[in-house]
Design a protein around this ligand. Structure first.
Ligand SMILES: [Zn+2]
Length: 437
């Protein structure tokens, strides 16, 4: 059984003996130590260095393990309020800790959605009562998530909101989309957009390229790339920050390469779009159904290449828990989505071992890159002055992807597979808040 600690104080902790890896300094050092004092990293020292600090702190022996900045996920669905049979703030944030995350951005397609200040404050209260890790509430971009009327972004900013989204949908009315980005320019809030022109995709369950084989309608890449193009144009015109969620197509990468010149456009990619292709639908069925759908091998390799080059900055799980019953309704009728928090890093290590993805870039894309994208000062690095949020990972531990998971859900196409490497502890503010035992 694993141990989770919800109420923690700012701890003082010496982590020693592991391989320390830091995306900020490029450090990769075996046998060093990290000293966290009162929740803040004070020093990262080489092997043999004896930190001269106060007595009485806990020592965590990380020999044989990797020591990295804890992960930050800019895109998860915690399903509360409204859909707590799928997930809630407690189960979802515990799943985050089990995957090495200490910060998650919770998407607003809940019931009710956080689309006005009172509701945002209620949901913030819920996270204070129930969450085990840091939760950034992503508010809706439009009232009721209906795509028609922009939310009061200046009031949202005063509540500490960093990003808005109508995730699940792009903003259907273009004039509204433009007004939202205008508000983003005025407030510094980021529009994190689910790029999908549904007039093109018709919310089809699979990629256009493979649809005929299943006798189903298909979603073309133009639906995604077109939305990113529109978002980018509106960003340039208004000065608002536009972030494209879960990029899946080569065509979208081409749009991004041009659009990012403005300095206003950024993007993320999911672990499943980096690692998997549409062909697995034959075996995995609805467990591999997600939005946008898994694409062709060419799309996958171009998207992976774009991530390695930094055209796509960060990795976001789009953790989308559903019940077993919901996911057993077949490819056509099951809901979109894959659970991601507990499997993200370990599943992507397969790409590292295959020589497709540098380990340093993987770590950066899951820590420092999302911190920088969303303005999380002092987070995402294993360096002095940064917050003492650390993940301890055992790269050789073998385990089977089988329920029960920490999440309430089990909808992953990796179900039944063997993984090598697992998070064994997660540290927040210098306190061990998760330990695998
Ligand atoms: Zn989405």
């Amino acid at each position: 059984m694993s141990t989770f600690t919800r109420h923690h104080s700012k701890g003082t902790l010496l982590i020693k003996g592991g391989t320390m890896m830091d995306p900020l300094t490029g450090l990769s050092m075996k046998g060093g130590s990290v000293f966290i004092e009162d929740g803040v990293i004070r020093s990262v020292s080489g092997p043999g260095a004896r930190p001269v600090f106060s007595e009485g702190y806990r020592v965590y022996d990380a020999t044989g393990k990797w020591v990295m900045p804890a992960f930050i996920d800019p895109h998860v669905h915690l399903r509360e309020p409204g859909f707590t049979h799928k997930e809630d703030f407690e189960s979802g944030t515990k799943a985050a800790l089990a995957g090495g995350y200490t910060t998650v951005f919770a998407m607003p397609n809940t019931n009710p959605p956080p689309d006005r200040p009172e509701r945002i404050m209620q949901i913030m209260d819920l996270t204070r009562e129930k969450a085990y890790c840091r939760v950034e509430i992503v508010a809706t971009a439009t009232l009721g998530r209906e795509g028609k009327e922009p939310v009061p972004l200046d009031e949202f900013r005063d509540l500490g909101i960093k990003a808005v989204s109508d995730d699940g949908d792009s903003i259907s009315h273009l004039d509204t989309w433009r007004r939202v980005l205008q508000g983003c320019a005025d407030t510094g809030i980021i529009l994190t957009d689910h790029p999908e022109l549904t007039t093109l995709t018709r919310r089809a369950p699979v990629n256009d390229d493979i649809a005929a084989k299943f006798g189903l309608p298909g979603a073309p890449c133009s639906g995604e790339a077109g939305a990113v193009a529109i978002g980018s144009i509106l960003a340039r015109e208004t000065g608002g920050r536009y972030h494209a969620q879960h990029v899946s197509c080569e065509l979208t990468v081409k749009v991004l390469e041009k659009a990012m010149e403005s300095g206003l456009v950024t993007a993320e990619v999911t672990p499943h779009h980096l690692a998997l292709t549409q062909e697995i639908l034959h075996d995995k069925g609805a467990l591999a159904k997600c939005s946008p759908p898994l694409r062709t091998g060419t799309d996958r390799s171009k998207v992976l290449d774009a991530f390695v080059r930094g055209v796509i900055a960060a990795i976001a799980t789009d953790h989308a828990p559903h019940t077993v019953d919901e996911k057993s309704r077949g490819l056509s009728d099951a809901p979109f989505g894959i659970m991601g928090l507990e499997l993200a890093f370990t599943s992507l290590l397969r790409l590292v071992r295959a020589g497709e993805l540098p380990l340093s870039r993987l770590i950066e894309g899951m820590s420092l890159a999302p911190a920088r994208l969303f303005g999380l000062e002092g987070r995402g690095a294993l360096a002095p002055g940064y917050v003492g949020d650390v993940v301890i990972f055992d790269p050789s531990m073998e385990w089977d992807v089988e329920p029960p998971f920490v999440s309430k859900s089990s909808n992953t196409p990796y179900l039944g597979e063997r993984m090598t490497g697992r998070v064994v502890a997660t540290i927040m503010d210098g306190s061990v808040v998760y330990e695998l035992s």
